[in-house]
Design a protein around this ligand. Structure first.
Ligand code: HEM
Length: 201
């Protein structure tokens, strides 16, 4: 994929926004576990936003092409890398919470979630590294696509599980669950072969 200078601008803006948001939340309160937990939740939500754009932009372009969708699809990589940045911040805040209060950390999570989360971060790291042109070329298109498709689905499932288990206890979480289901539908519809008529047109 050709690297665009506007990708750099988008990623820079995402980094600035994430840095400003996280600093505004924790500045002066980095020892307060409630504040750090809030930062963990907020970064999970910014991650969801960036991820969803990267996840559906391609299929959306097939389903309803238009200038805005084309722009989104053309900047998929920037949204994917912004997701990686946001989730790195999520991890940093998790590390901060762990260092502040291990007992609280283990009441909020468990070894299975940590293990599945480590796999998710493994995918995110590999997808980020292979977004670099040199590695992208070296990998070849088949392997690259395999990794990115598998990683994207694994991350979708991670979000669905993380929000789904909270939705059972707090009704507000049905909103992100519903958004994830719509994204799933868009992605699956976008994978379906186009009818011959549409292809000819
Ligand atoms: C080692 C890996 C991870 C650990 C230890 C971890 C830990 C946590 C903790 C402790 C919270 C709850 C904060 C609170 O309620 O105060 C949280 C929230 C959350 N995490 Fe992570 N996480 C990990 C990876 C991931 C991954 C890979 C995803 C998704 C791709 C994810 C998505 C979420 C979501 C959606 C929330 C809820 C946000 C909200 O309440 O709105 N996490 N995480």
């Amino acid at each position: 994929m050709e690297r665009k200078s506007s990708d750099g601008v988008l990623i820079g803006l995402a980094a600035l926004g994430l840095g400003a948001m996280t600093a505004a939340i924790v500045y002066g309160h980095a020892g307060d576990t409630d504040v750090v937990r809030f930062a963990i939740r907020m970064t999970a939500r910014t991650s969801l936003g960036f991820f969803l754009v990267a996840f559906v932009a391609g299929p959306l372009l097939r389903l309803m092409p238009g200038p805005f969708i084309r722009w989104l699809a053309g900047h998929r990589r920037a949204f994917g890398l912004s997701f990686a940045l946001s989730h790195a911040t999520h991890l940093t805040m998790i590390g901060l919470l762990y260092s502040l209060d291990r007992t609280l950390f283990w009441t909020l999570t468990n070894p299975v979630t940590v293990a599945t989360g480590v796999i998710a971060y493994g995918f995110i790291a590999m997808m980020t590294l292979t977004s670099l042109d040199a590695l992208h070329r070296r990998m070849g298109p088949k392997l690259w696509r395999g990794l990115h498709v598998l990683g994207a689905w694994y991350i979708w499932i991670s979000f669905a599980v993380a929000f789904g288990k909270r939705a059972v206890m707090n009704g507000h979480y049905w909103l992100p669950v519903a958004i994830l289901i719509v994204a799933l539908a868009v992605r699956l519809l976008g994978m379906m072969p186009k009818p011959a008529k549409a292809v000819a047109a």
